[in-house]
Write a new protein. Structure first.
Length: 340
C-alpha cells in the first residue's frame, strides 16, 4: 500500500521559511522566486508534451549569439519575460535570447532585483527528447536611482543573491541556493508542486566523471589537451582515470556531476577563444550553486565568481564541479598561463 506522505515540503513553503529568517523582508524576493517556480512549471509542461504539439524544431531565426533559435527557446524566453516582469520586484531582465537587457520602469524602493537567465539550455537536444534546462541568477540593484543603469546589471557572480536551475529530465527538478545551502525539489506533476527531495546538497570533493566535448581537441591548447589526457589516464595520487559523460546540455551535465562528483569543462578553442558559455546566464549562476554545495568553478585562471562581466553576453571558459579536481585543473592551466 502506498505510504501516507509525511514531512512533505513544497518549494513555496521552503522559500517562506527562508524569508522568515529575515524579519524585515518585504516578500519581494520570495515573490520573485515564486514567479520563477511558476515559469518553470509552465516550461516543464510544454517540454513534456513537446512531441505532441507543434513546438519542436527551429524558428528559422538566429539569436544574438548567432545560434539557431528553437521554438522552445523562444517559448521559454517569453514565459520568463512575462512571468518575471509583471509584479514590480525586478528592474532589469537579461536573457541569453535577447540582445539587449530589458530595463523595467521602476520608482525608488521598488524593482530591487536583476534577473538574468538562459531560458532553455541544451536546446539543440530538444528534438531527441534529451534533458534540457533553465538557468537563472538574481542580483540586487546597486543604485538607488529611479532609473537603473549598466552598473546594476554588470555584477560579478560573487554578488549573486540567489541562483538556480531547472532540469527537465526524467522528472523535472528545481535546484536553488539563496546562500543558505543548495536544495533540490522534484515536480510532482499530479499535484503541480515542486517537493523538497534533495535537502542541503553537498557535492563530492573529488569526482570520477569528466564532461567535455572531445571533438574539439584539435582546437584546444596543448595544456588543455594535456589536462584532459591526465583526467582520463589518472593523475599522481589519483590512479585510475575518470569516466567520460557528455550530454551537451550544460544543466544536465552539471546536475549529474553535482550529485555524483565530477567536472564539466568547456575550454577555449581556436575559433572561440573565450569559450562558448555565457558568464551571466550560465557560468556565474552555476558557479554560485557549485560553491555553495562545496564545489568550485574556474575560468582556468581564477574563480568564475570573481569575474566582472563586460556585457550581458560575455563568454568565459568554464571548468566546474568537484572542488579538488577543478582546483587541480586551474593550477595546471594557470601555471601554463593558458589563454589562447
Ligand atoms: P544553449 O542551448 O543555451 O545555447 O546552450 C548550449 C550549451 C550548453 O548547454 C552545452 O553544454 C554546450 O552548449 C554544448 O556545446 P557543444 O555542442 O559545443 O559541445
Ligand atoms: Mn545554455
Ligand atoms: Mn539557451
Amino acid at each position: 500500500m502506498t505510504q501516507v506522505p509525511r514531512n512533505l515540503q513544497t518549494i513555496e513553503a521552503h522559500m517562506l521559511e527562508l524569508q522568515s529568517l529575515h524579519p524585515g523582508a518585504s516578500g519581494d524576493f520570495t515573490g520573485l522566486l515564486n514567479d520563477i517556480t511558476f515559469a518553470a512549471k509552465i516550461i516543464s509542461r510544454e517540454v513534456t508534451k513537446a512531441g505532441l504539439v507543434d513546438i519542436l524544431g527551429a524558428t528559422g531565426e538566429e539569436n544574438v549569439q548567432g545560434e539557431a533559435v528553437q521554438k522552445l527557446d523562444d517559448y521559454a524566453n517569453k514565459v520568463f519575460l512575462n512571468c518575471l516582469g509583471k509584479r514590480g520586484q525586478v528592474c532589469i531582465m537579461g536573457s541569453e535570447e535577447t540582445a539587449e537587457p530589458v530595463y523595467l520602469p521602476v520608482s525608488q524602493g521598488s524593482g530591487r532585483y536583476i534577473v538574468v537567465f538562459d531560458p532553455l539550455d541544451g536546446s539543440s537536444n530538444i528534438d531527441a527528447n534529451v534533458s534540457v534546462g533553465t538557468i537563472f541568477g538574481i542580483w540586487r540593484r546597486r543604485s538607488d536611482r529611479a532609473h537603473v543603469c549598466a552598473e546594476d546589471l554588470l555584477q560579478p557572480g560573487r554578488d549573486l543573491v540567489a541562483s538556480g536551475y531547472i532540469v527537465y529530465g526524467s522528472s523535472t527538478m528545481f535546484v536553488y541556493t539563496a546562500g543558505k545551502g543548495v536544495h533540490g525539489f522534484t515536480l510532482d506533476p499530479s499535484i503541480g508542486e515542486f517537493l523538497l527531495s534533495h535537502e542541503n546538497i553537498a557535492t563530492p570533493f573529488s569526482g570520477h566523471l569528466y564532461s567535455v566535448n572531445e571533438a574539439y581537441q584539435n582546437d584546444w591548447s596543448a595544456e588543455v589537451r594535456e589536462v584532459v589526457g591526465i583526467l582520463k589516464g589518472g593523475r599522481p595520487g589519483r590512479p585510475g582515470g575518470m569516466s567520460g559523460r557528455y550530454i551537451g546540455s550544460l544543466v544536465a551535465d552539471f546536475h549529474r556531476n553535482l550529485l555524483y562528483g565530477g567536472t564539466y569543462l568547456y575550454p577555449p578553442t581556436t575559433d572561440k577563444p573565450a569559450g562558448k558559455l555565457r558568464l551571466m546566464c550560465e557560468a556565474a549562476p552555476l558557479a554560485f550553486i557549485a560553491e555553495h554545495a562545496g564545489g568550485y568553478a574556474s575560468d582556468g585562471a581564477g574563480p568564475i565568481l570573481d569575474i566582472v562581466p563586460d556585457g550581458l553576453h560575455m563568454r568565459v571558459p568554464l571548468y566546474i564541479g568537484s572542488r579538488e579536481d577543478v582546483l587541480w585543473i586551474e593550477k595546471k592551466l594557470s601555471a601554463a598561463g593558458d589563454k589562447l
